[in-house]
Design a binder for this molecule. Structure first.
Ligand code: NAD
Length: 328
């Protein structure tokens, strides 16, 4: 596999470490900022071809796979361009930032001989898998997801694309809370509709997108969701599920049932910020394993589009009920 890393910023370091840990070093790096590409390579003592134009890289280098680690607004075009050349794509979340991008990505995926995967790595966390298995034969009556995090003006100033509708496509929901909302729909089923409000409570001078959101989802399991980047400090993400007899809480590295620890991860190995979890390498191994075995990869375009539709419906809601179109 000749893998090209596209975008040499914060998350590219996590991709690099995960690829190296799997014995699959990338073969090229592409970033519009040549200096960033070289800095990444120097950090890992690698000497590889560097490209500054993505399309040129696809044509001239002809990789077998690309890892898309660029800002949100780049994802859809980059995914479609690679799939059109039958190049495998592992894209960072979010899949895309607009409703119009969903059908064109799914069409490109259907027409391509290559595989598309999206980095929803928290689905691979051992605690998440324990939680999902524990609930497999139980009826969940209601649930709640919570993301109480802290992101300040300096964080948003660290990249010109952050904090803007045009380039980030939203705020706390489409960036930080996407993983937890995706887990909610993966665990409890794709909702039929949502009523939500979003607001900018603490960063009005710094960003145009929301820093806080609250939602109630209707569906197979009704659940509520709260996310903020306005907490004084980042506090643990949690998902709480209520069955007839039990209250389960999924935390980043453990699960409690009726207040008692039912599962605790033996090793809390993280790559990058603790909140990224340890799932990137596991997800990559599954992605390349699926390609080698000729089996479908579970987090494909159709799967990753669900949470995008949920988030876009939250943005549209303005406290009114919005129906969610299924992902066909
Ligand atoms: N899965 C996770 O937990 C997780 C965590 C952090 C970030 N991310 C995602 O990773 C992506 C990148 O985030 P980041 O924090 O690394 O951002 P960043 O700003 O640190 O890095 C983005 C890089 O992309 C480059 N770039 C911009 N446009 C480009 C183009 N057209 N072609 C090539 N390179 C281009 C920039 O120069 C920059 O070096 C985002 O989608 C973000 O949501 C995912």
């Amino acid at each position: 596999m000749r893998i090209a890393l596209v975008g040499a910023g914060v998350i590219a370091r996590v991709h690099m470490r995960a690829l190296l840990s799997l014995g699959m070093p990338p073969a090229a790096v592409c970033d519009i900022d040549k200096g960033k590409a070289h800095a990444l390579l120097a950090e890992f003592s690698l000497s590889l071809p560097v490209f500054t134009d993505y399309t040129e890289m696809l044509t001239d280098f002809a990789p077998d796979a690309v890892h898309i680690c660029t800002p949100h607004h780049c994802h859809a075009d980059m995914i479609v361009a690679a799939l059109a050349r039958d190049v495998h794509v592992l894209s960072e979340k979010p899949l895309c930032i607009s409703e119009a991008d969903i059908p064109r990505i799914l069409a490109a995926e259907a027409a391509s001989r290559a595989t598309l995967g999206v980095c929803h790595q928290n689905r691979y966390n051992p605690s998440t898998l324990f939680f999902k298995n524990y609930l497999a034969d139980k009826t969940v009556l209601t649930a709640h997801g919570s993301v109480p995090w802290h992101r300040d003006a300096a964080y948003y100033a660290s990249g010109a694309w952050r904090g803007r509708w045009e380039t980030e496509g939203g705020g706390v929901m489409i960036n930080q809370a996407l993983h937890t909302l995706d887990l909610c729909q993966w665990l409890f089923g794709y909702p039929e509709g949502v009523t939500a409000t979003v607001a900018n409570l603490s960063l009005a001078d710094a960003i145009e997108v929301e820093d806080t959101a609250a939602a109630t989802f209707r569906g197979p399991v009704p659940f509520t969701f709260f996310a903020t980047n306005a907490a004084g400090k980042s506090l643990p993400v949690s998902i709480t599920a209520r069955t007839q007899d039990e209250e389960l809480v999924l935390l980043p590295h453990s699960v409690t049932v009726n207040g008692k620890t039912a599962f605790h991860e033996a090793q809390n190995i993280v790559s990058g910020k603790a909140c990224y979890g340890m799932g990137h390498a596991t997800l990559f191994a599954d992605f390349y394993g699926a390609i080698a075995a000729g089996r479908p990869f579970p987090i494909n375009g159709r799967e990753a589009a669900r949470v995008i539709r949920m988030i876009l419906a939250m943005y549209q809601s303005e406290a009114r009920a919005v129906a969610l179109a299924p992902i066909l």
